[in-house]
Ligand binder design. Structure first.
Ligand code: HEM
Ligand SMILES: *[C@@H]1O[C@H](CO)[C@@H](O)[C@H](O)[C@H]1NC(C)=O
Ligand SMILES: *[C@@H]1O[C@H](CO)[C@@H](O)[C@H](O)[C@H]1NC(C)=O
Ligand SMILES: *[C@@H]1O[C@H](CO)[C@@H](O)[C@H](O)[C@H]1NC(C)=O
Length: 329
């Protein structure tokens, strides 16, 4: 009798504690993301997403770069809300067609594959915005980059903004000052910006994005590098304007710190790469990363988590899209 009484008392105490915990948790979840967000609602979410991501990168190594960039271009426009994935429709003007993205961002079909896999195991639970964040991390790991614990609980937008895609995304001919202010506007420091630019250790750029730089005859570019790049990027805009060149000419397919070593030699492909090491305030950071790959990787991971935290809709804001390219009917 006494034991039973004691038990029920302690049970009640536990229940009260549990309710208090839940209240604390739910208010915390509304305010910020959590690494255990799908622990109960979709325990296999992360492994389900990982499989199609890894398969796609195994098929085409560049896809790792494309997926990391997709998360970046999502987060800088309206926050990390998967707005970049919405197709053009009468009610939603698509960001996909905005100049920084048109014929440039890629990987949509891979995100769609991950979404349909996760919809099979837990329909209507996992947001497209979270899938983008997880895919970026999995992509980094696959090509030898750092890993990090992805914070989850983002929800998806019902809107997109080609206007913000134009105004808020950095441009390849931006000055250092402009780049710093663009990242600061998103809550990211100059150091975060330099670390994140290190994503250009993988992936490709089209001729028209670096043409001006390689024909500038400036003191800011290695002459041999420029003349080699000119071979596949003609001076006159025409057929060659979408010819590809590796952003890191040394090791284009692996996530390492060669990108920073290239900058020390004036072999940055984009002007926005080289301005990070051109006698300005970020020179020391570039030098540091060129000497110390571990510092780069750990700062990159930290900055990716910060980037993934840019204004995500949470709680009752936004929706969980059923199909990433469309708002639910
Ligand atoms: C600092 C300002 C940045 C500028 C001006 C910039 C600009 C560009 C441009 C022009 C391209 C080539 C696109 C094309 O030719 O189609 C590119 C590619 C890429 N960017 Fe950036 N970027 C910046 C920062 C970042 C950041 C923060 C990330 C990710 C954390 C990132 C990840 C990538 C990747 C991985 C690629 C290769 C994509 C592929 O091969 O599909 N970039 N970037
Ligand atoms: C995007 O590319 C398409 C196809 O080349 C082109 O017709 C369209 O004008 C571009 N969109 C914008 C907004 O520049
Ligand atoms: C960068 O390029 C764009 C488009 O080609 C041009 O309109 C802009 O004036 C350029 N900005 C700078 C700082 O050179
Ligand atoms: C760079 O030099 C080449 C040949 O020396 C010349 O044809 C070209 O006009 C120069 N470009 C600029 C922007 O000065």
């Amino acid at each position: 009798m006494v034991t039973v009484f004691r038990n029920s008392l302690s049970c009640q105490a536990n229940r009260v504690a549990a309710v208090v915990m839940l209240l604390l948790l739910s208010s915390a979840c509304q305010a910020k993301l959590s690494s255990t967000f799908y622990e109960k609602s979709c325990p296999n979410a992360l492994s389900t997403i990982r499989k199609p991501i890894r398969m796609a990168i195994a098929r085409e190594r560049r896809m790792a770069a494309s997926l990391i960039r997709l998360h970046f271009h999502d987060c800088f426009v309206q926050g990390c809300d998967a707005s970049i994935l919405l197709d053009n429709s009468p009610s939603v003007p698509s960001e996909k067609l905005a100049p920084p993205n048109n014929h440039s961002v890629r990987g949509f079909e891979v995100i769609d594959q991950a979404k349909s896999a996760v919809e099979k195991v837990c329909p209507g639970v996992v947001s497209c915005a979270d899938i983008l964040a997880v895919a970026a991390r999995d992509a980094s790991v696959y090509v030898g980059g750092p890993s990090w614990t992805v914070k989850l609980g983002r929800r998806d937008s019902t809107t997109a903004s080609p206007c913000l895609a134009c105004s808020d995304l950095p441009r390849p001919n931006d000055s250092l000052k402009r780049l710093i202010s663009r990242f600061r506007a998103k809550g990211l420091s100059a150091r975060d910006m330099v670390a994140l630019s290190g994503a250009h250790t993988i992936g490709q750029a089209q001729c028209f994005t670096f043409q001006e730089r390689i024909y500038s005859n400036g003191s800011n570019i290695d002459a041999g590098f420029a003349s080699k790049r000119r071979l596949r990027c003609p001076a006159t805009p025409g057929d060659g304007k979408s010819n590809l060149a590796a952003l890191d000419l040394v090791t284009p397919n692996s996530f390492d710190n060669n990108y920073f070593k290239n900058l020390l030699q004036k072999k940055g492909l984009l002007q926005s790469d080289q301005v990070l090491f051109s006698g300005g305030s970020t020179d020391d950071i570039v030098s540091e990363y060129s000497r110390n790959p571990c510092t780069f990787k750990s700062d990159f991971a930290t900055a990716m988590i910060k980037m993934g935290n840019i204004k995500p809709p949470t709680g009752s804001a936004g929706i969980i899209r059923k199909i990433c390219s469309q708002v639910n009917n």
